[in-house]
Structure formats: C-alpha cells, structure tokens
Write a protein that binds this ligand. Structure first.
Ligand code: NCD
Ligand code: ZN
Length: 358
C-alpha cells in the first residue's frame, strides 16, 4: 500500500550535546554520530577533562583520526564537524575563555556542579567563584552549558533539577542577564516553564529518553539499568510537558541526545553507571516521539534549525530522509576491549528509520 508510506526529508540534524568518550571508544561512537549528524557538541567530561584549548585541539584530532579510519562514506566524513567544549573547573580563568573564543573549535563551556554526574569530580564547587569566567563568556558570546542539578546529599534525586533552578539558576541570570545559557537535558515541567519565562538567551536541549519515557519505565516490574541516566527520568506529567514544548515549534528547545555510552557490564551492575546510548538511532527515536503526538511536521525545526539558530551558525545544506519503515534497534554493539554497548531500546522495533541512499 504505497499511500501508507510516509517519508520526510529534513535538513541534516546537529547534536548539541553528545558524549563520544575517548581513545578506543571513538571507533564505535564516531561513526555512529557521523551517520546522522553534521555538527556535534562534544562533552568534555573525559578523564582527565578537556580544560583548555590545547586539550580541545588534541581531543578533536583523536576524533578525526577515528573518523578517517572508519567506513563512514566520504560524503559523511566531509560533513562531520565535532565542536569542542571546555570543562569549567574552580581553576578556569577568563583568559582560558578568551583563548577558547578565538580558537575557532571551542563552541561552548560546560558547567557540571562537582559530583553531579559521570566524571564530574573536577566540576565547580562554588558558582560565586566563576564571576570572571562568566563575564568573559558574556563578553565573547560563548554559551554556558549547564548540567542543572544541585548535588547536596540531602536533596532528593527527583528534586535536584528544580532546586537548581530556584537556588542557582535564578542567581546566575540576575548577575549575568545577557549570558547565553543552555539548560542541558531538561527533565521537568519546571525547567520547561523556566526556559519559557526567560529571554531568547536561555534555551534547552531535550533527550530522546526524556521525551519517550518516564520513571515507571525505569522502575516498574524490575529495575531497568538502560533507562538510568542523569538527570533521572521523572514522572509522566513531566514527560508530557517536555513532549509538548519539544513539538511546539518554539526555537528555545532543540536536539541534544546526551548519548552517553557505558559498557553493558558497567550498566548492568550493582552500582550501574548513568547514561543512555542513542547516537546511532537518535533520529528514528525523536521521529517516533514527535509522531506519537501527531507532530512529525515539527521535527525539522527541533533537530536541524533551532540549535544552529541559537548558536548563531548557518543551518546545514545537506538533507537526510526518514521513512516509516520499521527498524529493529540492535541488541548491542561491539565496544572496545571485547566489551559491548547496549543502546536505548535495545532489541525493540521503532516505526521510523533512516532511508538508505541508493
Ligand atoms: C553522562 C555521562 O555518562 O557522561 N551521563 C548521563 O547520565 N547523562 C553525564 C551527563 O551528561 O550527566
Ligand atoms: Zn551529558
């Protein structure tokens, strides 16, 4: 039945928040990312973190080596453009920011509150000590990417994003009203409302898992480690609001997968790592989420226009076509040193897939 076939050709997407990891992991993650995305904002939480322009150049070179060595098509190799971020520590200086702004490869600066998530031990312990750095970000128009969760032991894990908005975000915005800020991977209606209430300098990324799932998927009928990421999945009412704003056509909300690989044995463990892996299947996942509320026509803005617009970059010229031919997500991918990587929705079938070019 040809009339039931639906195809959608959209501008090539960019991913404004992805973890590619380093060294041997890049052999898996880089080709996956390059198949779908042109620009990818690469998170700096390596061990040790990417703290200055030199680290960023060296990291980008390692990524490009793995791209060259991969069997990604020549066309996709030419289009792939990993953009670097610096990891803000208590020791980052205004000069680090100036050099980053002039480097041509650093696109943003990432703030992890110390201890908030994977490899965040070197994160910022006191936001008040970042005044010089924030002034420099404002001056050079470099966005601050925020992992928006407080980290005090006594704060409930489900309340950490909201507490960050109330206690930290409000202060930052009051002191630095023109600094560009991306609230990364938002998970609550509170964060969505907050972003909506602010000027155009404040935007947010949303992951596929926070659009498609809620904490019942993580916890009902047994604990499901492959749905565990930070900030943690919240209740269904929050999921619904995220889906509303993502599909609303409001350019303040755009694609950031937060694809965060951890070997299967590190996730399926007594103390499992946080992060969902979606680099290879992100586009069909987002398409499925948008289509679930009848808003597939809004996909391109979210995946391919609004992020570039926020960063002041041109939209991509190439296109990608998705089609409503079902695809099965692999049960796992080979990862480094004989380990495996279990993606989000491993083994399950999605109604949308990327159309192979002939
Ligand atoms: C990320 C990771 O594994 O690096 N994990 C996650 O659950 N999202 C870190 C992060 O972005 O919080
Ligand atoms: Zn992340």
């Amino acid at each position: 039945m040809t009339d039931s076939i639906r195809e959608l050709t959209i501008l090539q997407p960019d991913d404004w928040h992805m973890h590619l990891r380093d060294d041997k992991a890049l052999a898996t993650t880089v080709p996956h990312a390059a198949e779908s995305f042109n620009r990818v904002i690469c998170m700096p939480n390596l061990v040790p973190p990417v703290k200055n322009v030199e680290d960023a150049r060296a990291y980008r070179a390692r990524i490009m080596q793995h791209l060259e060595a991969s069997n990604v098509s020549a066309e996709r190799k030419a289009a792939f453009d990993p953009r670097m971020t610096l990891y803000l520590t208590d020791h980052t200086t205004a000069q680090d920011i100036e050099l980053a702004a002039q480097s041509g490869i650093v696109q943003a600066v990432k703030l992890y509150p110390a201890g908030a998530t994977t490899n965040s031990a070197d994160g910022v312990t006191d936001i008040n000590a970042c005044v010089d750095v924030f002034e420099a970000l404002e001056k050079y128009n470099l966005p601050l990417l925020l992992h928006g969760e407080v980290t005090h032991d006594h704060v409930d894990i489900f309340d950490r994003e909201k507490r960050f908005l109330d206690e930290v975000m409000v202060q930052i915005i009051a002191k630095f009203p023109t600094m560009k800020i991306v609230m990364e991977h938002i998970t609550t209606s509170d964060a969505a409302d907050f972003v909506l209430s602010q000027g155009n300098q404040i935007a947010a990324t949303i992951t596929p898992q926070h659009l498609m799932f809620n904490r019942n998927h993580l916890l009902l009928g047994g604990i499901k480690p492959h749905f565990y990421c930070l900030p943690i999945l919240k209740r269904e009412s929050h999921q619904k609001v995220l889906l509303d704003v993502a599909t609303s056509g409001n350019p303040k909300f755009f694609l950031g997968t937060d694809s965060a690989p951890h070997a299967t044995d590190k996730k399926e463990a007594a103390c499992g790592c946080a992060g969902c892996y979606s680099a290879a299947t992100a586009l069909p996942l987002y398409a499925t989420a948008f289509d679930s509320v009848g808003k597939i026509d809004r996909l391109e803005g979210f995946t391919s226009r609004f992020g570039a617009q926020f960063y002041g970059l041109p939209v991509n010229e190439s296109t990608i076509t998705i089609i409503n031919t079902p695809m099965q997500i692999p049960a796992s991918y080979p990862y480094f040193d004989g380990s495996s990587l279990t993606p989000l929705m491993a083994g399950e079938t999605l109604p949308w897939s990327i159309k192979k070019s002939l």
